[in-house]
Design a protein around this ligand. Sequence first.
Ligand code: 6CS
Length: 318
Amino acid sequence: ETWKFALEEIDGSVQDAYAERFKELVEERTNGEVTVQIYPYGTLGTSAQLTELVANGTLQFANASPGHLGSLVPEVNVFNLPYILSQSDEVNKKVLTEGETVYNMLAPKLKDKGLHLITMYPEGDMVWTTNKEVRSPEDFSGFKMRTMTSPILTESYKAMGANPTPMPYGEVYGALQLKQIDGQVNPVFAIEEMKFYEVSDYMIWAGQQEFTTTVVANQTFWENLPEDRRQMVDEVASELADFIFDVKTQYAEERLEKIKQAKPDMPMIELTEEERAKFKEAAMGARDTFIEVGGEDAQKVLDALTAEIEETEKEMQG
Ligand code: 6CS
């Protein structure tokens, strides 16, 4: 039996590290009865297409990041709201990998679309790469910012003053090179491995969002799996929570060093608390849009996530 697992990222990425380890553990624990075949980004299509392939059962597993999945599952857009997550990595890890909002409120929404939610994990703090110094929402005026394709993400960048330009991951390098866009936003490891830094002039830390992803399985495949196999997959997923957290932390550091070596003169700007506050305030409008578009359930998810983050922060800090 072969389980096909598609990634939204290339070899050497955070998603790849996860899938490789998942493959090892699953094959070991099924005594080789199951083979996991990994399809890195570029082999099967865009993120939206991969999600479609899992939903229709062509694939058994795939990563489906809220940045794209929000087009299909409106409530998932909660993770596309800027400054929604905690500034504490540990808090985010807990909320994403075992939180009630994700597993009790969002998972059923994915199920409605034929997707079983296996897990969620963080991939790293997102950084802007731009062709100009952006320190305020005013600096974003007329600025074409590439975003992932979820509608609330484009709303968020509009709210922060930019002209959002959604497009698939595979088109970003070319669009930067041809100056069809002025910037893009992604975690550092991705900026390095996709070579976005080569065609950008600045890297800007706005503290605005952690990149998050989900691992999903085809719902019918999941329901038809024997109980012990389902349990095995769940165990593997909970074991991988710490593993992938360490990977993303390590990749963020290592890849930043690589970028610095390759392009030592590139300005790396960390926005001050005051500068960040302006973006945060501007971005709040996107929360209203999220609720307008997503309705009552979106409101519930937003309230639950916000409350859960606050509680987890209190718990962990004292
Ligand atoms: O920007 C994107 O579209 C993509 N970025 C990452 C880091 N992973 C997958 C996603 O599709």
